[in-house]
Design a protein around this ligand. Structure first.
Ligand SMILES: *Cc1c(COP(=O)(O)O)cnc(C)c1O
Length: 412
């Protein structure tokens, strides 16, 4: 061997041991844990320690880890066929799409592999609809400050946070962000080039901020008035997370386009862009595509995930569990000055604190509870949607202890 190749040991283990450099680009500030097994709400590390998982792979494992109903369908598909090109009909992909259109306001689906790709597809569809169907040449997409739409060049440009753009200039043209809930700013931003408005129902990465119903209503009216498409990014909020299959259902609106990824495959990488029937003509053969979009394997997982969600009323259960978790947090954290507000929808919950919460995340890990942040001061809780009341009680108890201990230390 010409180089000092490391045959064993995870990147985390190597880094933790202060040993050889990882073979990975260091795009993540990784926690000092290597998780190797998961079941339901629980994860185990390579030392045999057990963790209650209140982050669900960042809103991905909505049915818990290794959900039986999905696993059975995946295993059956593994024995049949893994991949064929989208140059052929893929019956499983048709089935997955039909399940999505039957249970949403959308009429057509494009499958891809991630949230960013789903948003790319949405941006491309919006531009192409205006340019090819309407013949208008419109291209600009208006998004909102503190939004998050992905890491490809177009989607990081759409993202309303400067930190994801640093060092990647020049950015593609045709994107503009205005502050969320600032109607005059939005109205002022709309011009003859505007093609679409893209919005999250709950800004998740940006700090768990649900959009206000009156504002969203005004956005939909502006779209109608100016002939703009409304794109809703449901990459994180979709698939039952907020207590409905898709979060826009809470608001009684029908987006022209919406995107989904994280929870769509129960951990299998897959994304989708969904749209209204009148957008069909915008994409013709060859105008967009993806080698891996909607393979037989991915499609089997998507269909199994949706079927399991419908059979077991998972969105309803998420709504109930979310209400219970929020009520418990409100009760147990009441009167602690460190806790500024508790907000969210369903099982996408943010606890805004007075100071940065990174240290609390690490303390949670030491006490066997996994959760994440959403911006520096917000604790984000994302348990799987089948989480039990006992598990919620356990998590709230650990979290309460951690916050009490943290505030006691800070006062001392
Ligand atoms: C995670 C996320 C994305 C990006 O998804 P990837 O699968 O990481 O590309 C886009 N939008 C929202 C709202 C997200 O939460």
């Amino acid at each position: 061997m010409g180089k000092d190749a490391q045959g064993s040991g995870s990147a985390a283990a190597n880094a933790a041991a202060g040993g050889h450099e990882s073979s990975l680009f260091q795009t993540y500030a990784r926690y000092p844990l290597s998780l190797v097994k998961g079941e339901g709400s629980w994860l185990w590390d390579d030392q045999g320690n057990k963790y209650l998982d209140f982050m669900a792979g960042l809103a991905v494992t909505n049915l818990g880890h290794a959900p039986v109903k999905v696993k059975e369908k995946l295993k059956a598909q593994l024995d049949e066929l893994w991949h064929v090109s989208n140059l052929f009909h893929i019956p499983g992909q048709e089935k997955a799409a039909a399940l999505l259109t039957a249970n949403t306001c959308a009429d057509a689906v494009f499958f891809c592999n991630s949230g960013a790709e789903a948003n790319e597809a949405a941006i491309k569809l919006a531009r192409r609809y205006h340019q090819k169907v309407k013949g208008s040449g419109r291209y600009e997409i208006i998004t909102f400050t503190q939004s998050f739409h992905g890491r490809t060049l177009a989607t990081l440009t759409a993202t309303g946070q400067d930190k994801v753009k640093e060092g990647f200039l020049p950015l593609p043209a045709g994107f503009l962000s205005v502050p969320l809930h600032d109607l005059p700013a939005l109205e002022a931003a709309i011009n003859d080039n505007t093609a679409a408005i893209m919005i999250e129902m709950v800004q998740a990465e940006g700090g768990v901020h649900p959009v206000e119903p009156e504002f969203l209503q005004a956005v939909t009216e502006l779209c109608k008035q100016h002939g703009l498409l409304l794109i809703v990014d449901e990459v994180q909020t979709g698939m039952g997370r907020t207590g409905k299959l898709f979060a826009h259902e809470h608001y009684g609106i029908e987006p022209d386009i919406f995107t989904v990824a994280k929870g769509l495959g129960s951990g299998f990488p897959v994304g989708a862009m969904l749209g209204k029937g009148y957008l069909r003509d915008a994409f013709t053969a060859g105008s967009h595509g993806s080698t891996f979009g909607g393979t037989p394997l991915a499609s089997a997982v998507v269909a199994a995930t949706i079927e399991a969600m419908l059979e077991d009323s998972v969105a309803q259960r998420a709504a109930e569990a979310g209400e219970y978790l929020t009520a418990q947090l409100q009760e147990k954290l009441a009167g602690i000055p460190f806790v500024k507000s508790i907000r969210g929808k369903g099982l996408l919950i943010g606890i805004e604190c007075a100071e940065p919460v990174g240290e609390l995340v690490l303390e949670g890990q030491r006490r066997g509870l996994l959760f994440v942040t959403a911006g520096p001061n917000v604790i984000r809780l994302l348990p799987n949607l089948l989480v039990t009341r006992e598990e919620i009680d356990q998590a709230v108890s650990i979290l309460t202890d951690i916050i009490h201990a943290h505030t006691a230390v800070n006062q001392a």
